[in-house]
Design a protein around this ligand. Structure first.
Ligand code: FAD
Length: 231
């Protein structure tokens, strides 16, 4: 049964020029698993699925992070005032980590980072990542990287962040271009024995699945979160 909660708007946090987090009170009795999403109902038929970008261990609020597109939905988010009530339904989705000691490769395109940020922060807060964790994070340029400082400084025992930027960047440590089979093969030497979680726009998720197929990763090792609504 899908649960429905009322929640009050707390604050807005700008993550990049094009992405903003919105925090709400954590409803009484609400629980979720890092990586899940909710239906966020702003009234007037403005409803979208949004991943929780906070993690279960961060108490006191829940957080959604939206890519700003100028849509009526975004305009409504921007108009929220402190204390205003909205309705959220869920949690839903199976984009969460299964326990395993094999390498976990998280692959995000742009705003697809939201459930992955939740997963990584949850692992850090629990002090428990029994495996190597690699985040491969694709963005346009340096300024477009949401949660950058936090993701670069995560305290996990065996963790590596690989930036891939599609515009000229001045960021020496980043690959330039799009995430592809060559980058995956180089950054994940254990290749077909790792688990993969991909989150982002439909086109990006499909491209990565094809790239993984070319380096012999079996489909059952891949979990995806497809952000329908983005080209
Ligand atoms: C599981 C899941 C988690 C998501 N998490 C996030 C997140 O954390 N942050 C984030 O920014 N976005 C997330 N999205 C995408 C988000 O729900 C919106 O679809 C997207 O942000 C576009 O909305 P918009 O208000 O910018 O533009 P809109 O103008 O509202 O939508 C753009 C176009 O996409 C179509 N569309 C929008 N939503 C859907 C839908 N659900 N199904 C089919 N067509 C649709 C619209 O008809 C329109 O043509 C997620 C999507 C899914 C499915």
């Amino acid at each position: 049964m899908t649960m429905e909660y009322q929640t009050e708007f707390l604050e807005r946090i700008e993550r990049t020029l094009a992405s903003v987090s919105y925090r709400f009170t954590r409803p009484e009795g609400f629980n979720f698993t890092a990586g899940q999403y909710m239906l966020v109902d702003l009234g007037a038929e403005l409803v979208h699925p949004l991943s929780l970008s906070d993690c279960p261990e961060e108490t006191g609020f829940i957080e959604f992070t939206k890519r700003m597109t100028g849509s009526p939905y975004c305009r409504r988010l921007e108009s929220l005032t402190k204390g205003e009530t909205i309705i959220v339904k869920g949690p839903a989705g199976k984009f969460y980590v299964e326990e395993s000691d094999e390498t976990l490769v998280l692959i995000s395109g742009g705003i697809g980072i939201t459930p992955i940020r939740s997963i990584l922060k949850s692992l850090e807060k629990k002090g428990a990542a029994p495996c190597r964790v690699i985040l491969i994070y694709g963005n346009m340029n340096r300024e477009d990287i949401a949660f950058r400082a936090e993701l670069e400084n995560l305290k996990l025992p065996d963790y590596r962040l690989v930036h891939v930027l599609s515009d000229t960047t001045g960021m020496d440590t980043a690959y330039q271009g799009f995430i592809n089979a060559d980058i995956l093969a180089k950054e994940v030497p254990e290749g077909s024995s790792a688990h993969y979680m991909i989150s982002g726009p439909p086109v990006m998720v499909e491209a990565i699945k094809k790239a993984l197929a070319t380096i012999n990763v079996a489909e059952e090792r891949i979990r995806t979160d497809v952000f329908i609504g983005y080209a």
